[in-house]
Design a protein around this ligand. Sequence first.
Ligand code: NAD
Length: 335
Amino acid sequence: MMSRKITVIPGDGIGPDIVKSALAILEKAGCEFEYEFVDAGLTALEKTGELLPQATLDAIANNGVTLKGPLTTPVGEGFTSINVSLRKRFGLYANLRPVKSFKGTQARYDNIDIITVRENTEGMYSGLGQKVSEDGSEAEAMSKITRAGAERIVRFAYDLARREGRKKVTAVHKANILKSTSGLFLKVAREIAEEYPDIESAEMIVDAACMRLVMNPEDFDVLVTTNLFGDILSDLCAGLVGGLGMAPGANIGKDCAIFEAVHGSAPDIAGKNLANPSSVILAAIQMLEYLEMPEPAERITRALADVIESGDRTTRDLGGSHGTTDFTDAVIERL
Ligand code: NAD
């Protein structure tokens, strides 16, 4: 088999350590990828004076598939979020955030299996109409939803449900108040639902969905929603399975896909060998599924699940007392 080239952005803070862990695990699982390492974020800013150097953008475009560590967006004016920039630039319209219970975590539930499909380019994060009045007393921003954008993401969610043999898609909205934007999203969701009679369709107002997710998470299967709601709901879902250390995310467009941890660069624990690498390992598993490599994906999932369930060399956030490298060794031994 010809080896496939993948762009790797180690990232900032805990990024390089947890990405290194994921790459070692991929290698042990027999995945013969060729990697092109490039920088973004604070690391790139320090080296090149740019948060997103052209070489990084070229690598992402040329290789199509990227595995990325978390990036630090410097605080202050003039810096737009790098993640938002990447999503816009490469048309990564679907943000796919699965959460699944692993036995042995500190989570409150043990039966969670939910995928949030978040629209990644429109809504409150479209960056349109950002204004603050001169005296600082008023601020405004625009939210824009398009029929094409809503159709594309809702179809993506139903196709995913079909492909993965899932039973139900719940459209989450706030159409009772945000009548124009959320209203259009809901209207489109209802139309598309009719094209998928084999999948159960449900709709729920976002505030009620938050409560139901906490009280009866087993009622949910695939969630599809707009950008801001998806951002918040997917973190809530991460909380159901033991926190951000267990939550991966895929940003998928027509020609490119970027797989990453949902959490940030965790500057409070950076360089201390304390980070749980599971989120990037799970992102690498998502990447393997995207590349239609189910066999190593399943083997890595089993090894990871066994380490967490047995508590063998787990990190502090999982109730253990070990570091990133010991945890990685425990997964590798099982492979
Ligand atoms: P964070 O997600 O980095 O950290 C929040 C808390 O979770 C911290 O206490 C941290 O120690 C802990 N944590 C996060 N990942 C962990 C892991 N793998 N193992 C163990 N504990 C973990 O959020 P923050 O502190 O608000 O943000 C730090 C920086 O990250 C900011 O610059 C922000 O812009 C950036 N950020 C980047 C991304 C991304 O690149 N996708 C996402 C969110 C935030």
